[in-house]
Design a protein around this ligand. Structure first.
Ligand SMILES: [Mg+2]
Length: 274
């Protein structure tokens, strides 16, 4: 890890933690990202009759230019339904590759600060992943695709409402607004260098996850989310183990993962734009 010198001092003013989901709260070694890329290729092949090589090239081009295949296709005028796209791309992922993470759960439960998930992924995917990790009840809320793009389903043409995602500044500002957080008092975790840079541009303290070396805009870098304790002051952690009922959460279906009744004014499971 790198850049953790201030963990016992100057960051005590922080009061909110924002966590990206995919490849941040679980390791990319699960292979989920690769399955996701394969599914996007398959979507493009079916929709446009492309070869796998052409679909893969289009996916990469759309990602580089527009941030995601869905955003790019809609910007180019293709009427791709977001729910249908997410259902195809995420709905067939092998979620059983993601295992309950008791170690992460213990640390999250002990952190006496506001904690939210901030992901470009859709709500259903976010709930499934958090349920698999058994950490859904560790968070006050989930800021997800639907939070960032509340008007997509109402659009009369594909480019009427551009898809908003990290790393756009607008996405970052929406997240901070719906979380009712102070950017200068927020610690943001993400595995994507561009997202970390976007967070830094609006004043967040930033942690690059999954890397041993900081990017230019990262305040810290940690190899794994399991090193989370290294970038927070020890005094943030509850001294004693938090009363926990892991089995009850594991047994519940993902729909029942609810945000803990919050200490703040934000209390819904999936946050919505004001
Ligand atoms: Mg990520």
């Amino acid at each position: 890890m790198e850049g953790c010198d201030s963990k016992n001092g100057s960051d005590s003013f922080l009061d909110c933690l924002l966590f990206d989901l995919d490849d941040t709260l679980y390791s990319r070694s699960t292979g989920m990202a690769e399955f996701c890329r394969t599914n996007i290729n398959e979507f493009l092949m079916q929709r446009f009759g492309l070869t796998v090589e052409d679909a893969s090239k289009l996916r990469v081009d759309l990602f580089r230019t527009y941030g995601s295949s869905l955003a790019g296709l809609r910007a180019l005028g293709y009427d791709i339904d977001a729910d249908e796209y997410h259902s195809f791309v995420h709905g067939r992922l092998p979620y059983d590759l993601i295992k309950p993470d008791a170690e992460l759960r213990d640390v999250l439960k002990r952190i006496k600060k506001r904690k939210l998930v901030f992901t470009n992924s859709d709500r259903v995917h976010a709930h499934k992943v958090l349920h698999r990790l058994n950490i859904g009840d560790c968070f006050e809320g989930i800021i997800c695709f639907e939070t960032l793009n509340p008007n997509i389903s109402k659009s009369k043409r594909p480019d009427e409402y551009p898809v908003i995602l990290k790393p756009s500044k607008e996405a970052m500002e929406i997240a901070i607004a719906v979380a009712k957080a102070d950017p200068l008092r927020t610690l943001f975790f993400d595995d994507n260098v561009r997202n970390v840079a976007a967070g830094k541009s609006i004043g967040l303290q930033t942690v690059l996850v999954g890397k041993s070396t900081k990017s230019k805009e990262a305040d810290y870098a940690i190899d794994s989310i399991h090193d989370l304790h290294a970038v927070i002051p020890q005094r943030w952690l509850a001294d004693t183990e938090v009363n926990d009922n892991t089995e009850a959460v594991v047994a519940s279906d993902y729909q029942s993962i609810s945000c803990k009744p919050s200490e703040s004014s934000v209390s819904t499971t999936t946050l919505v734009r004001a």
